[in-house]
Design a protein around this ligand. Structure first.
Ligand SMILES: CC(C)(COP(=O)(O)OP(=O)(O)OC[C@H]1O[C@@H](n2cnc3c(N)ncnc32)[C@H](O)[C@@H]1OP(=O)(O)O)[C@@H](O)C(=O)NCCC(=O)NCCS
Length: 317
């Protein structure tokens, strides 16, 4: 293979964006897990000043590898399965680190990623657990909420600012989720899967301002990609979209309302919504350093499915 060349840019044209998506698709098929997560995938077609794209070439053909880095130093990288073990991954990883990346995601914690990262002196610095559990008819019922709280769906045009505020406070120490902006929220609201009926807001009904608005105490945003995973066997009547998997996309509790028994029922509100929509499995992502959330989900029957690891420089001694 010819010498590897890495080109950086903050904007990809349509041809490059399509080539990267195709490459990432081939890799996901080979690896059994996607290497490019949602935030970076959105930045391929809707440019973000904070995201730098790195395309690796070997010879005259299209890209053989892709990497991206955001303003916070988070990065991802993927090499076309047909071009692996020729130094493309190492060249991209070095370019990412030289450009200021502090953490590189290895989705699925694959042996090749572990070996590459270790060979460049990196160590695991963060673990993200992908958990899942099966849903049954018994999950369709909404749980009772603690006294003084009620639930309603997100209303586009009305709830954005309140949600951004609670999200920022609930995820103050979470690198990606806590820094979501109105633009990021609108990007997600513009996706095919977005459904306000599955974006549940829990309000404190014991307090209201002069126009009758209650403070937002917590939220459970569910996500359901239509038609992703057909369930074996015949479809059940009335189960529109049966056989798909749903996701606990983001669950957050305002810090002032933490420790008041909301986490369990809040999780069940979302899983009940997904079950009623016909989803037969529910999945979620949770940080390894969030033992309270891990415990909440394990108590509700979630089990580990895949591990995602961030590799970075070892902390200074
Ligand atoms: C991980 C990945 C990027 C490696 O890309 P690559 O172009 O094949 O890597 P390189 O050829 O530059 O390999 C560099 C070194 O990594 C290690 N390595 C890479 N693949 C390996 C494998 N399958 N088994 C063992 N070691 C491996 C070796 O030390 C290798 O050096 P060597 O070939 O001189 O022995 C690629 O497998 C991939 O795209 N995986 C899916 C996405 C992913 O996991 N990304 C996260 C990266 S941290």
């Amino acid at each position: 293979m010819s010498e590897v060349r890495v080109e950086e840019s903050t904007h990809l044209d349509d041809t490059d964006a399509a080539a990267v998506l195709a490459l990432a698709g081939r890799a996901a098929e080979t690896d059994g897990v996607g290497a490019v997560s949602e935030a970076f995938r959105l930045a391929l077609t809707s440019p973000r000043a904070s995201v730098t794209h790195l395309l690796a070439y070997a010879g005259q053909s299209g890209p053989v590898g892709y990497a991206a880095r955001d303003g916070a130093g988070s990065a991802e990288l993927v090499v076309d399965p047909a071009s692996r073990r020729h130094g493309v991954g190492r060249a991209l990883l070095r370019a990412l680190l030289d450009g200021g990346a502090t953490g590189v995601w290895a989705h699925g914690d694959l042996p090749a990623a572990r070996a590459l990262a270790a060979s460049e002196g990196l160590v695991p610095t963060r673990e993200l657990h992908h958990m899942s559990r099966a849903l049954s008819a018994a999950d369709r019922e909404d749980p009772p909420l603690p006294e003084g709280f009620s639930v309603r769906p997100f209303e586009p045009g009305r709830d954005e600012q309140a949600w951004l505020e609670v999200n920022g406070l609930a995820f103050a120490s979470h690198p990606e989720q806590g820094s979501l902006t109105l633009e990021d929220l609108r990007d997600r609201m513009g996706q095919d899967w977005f459904d306000p009926a599955g974006f549940l807001l829990v309000e404190d009904t014991t307090v209201s301002d002069e126009d009758g608005t209650h403070p937002l105490a917590a939220f459970h945003w569910t996500k359901r990609e239509p038609g992703t995973r057909p369930r074996p066997g015949p479809a059940r009547d009335g189960d529109e979209g049966a056989g798909t998997s749903g996701e606990v996309y983001v669950v957050g509790v305002h810090p002032a309302y933490q420790g008041r028994g909301l986490a369990g029922p809040l999780t069940q509100l979302g899983t009940a919504h997904l079950a009623r929509q016909g989803a037969d499995t529910v999945e979620l992502y949770v940080d390894g350093d969030n033992p309270r959330a891990l415990a909440t989900y394990r108590r509700q029957g979630f089990e580990d499915a895949t591990l995602h690891v961030v590799h970075g420089r070892p902390p200074a001694p």
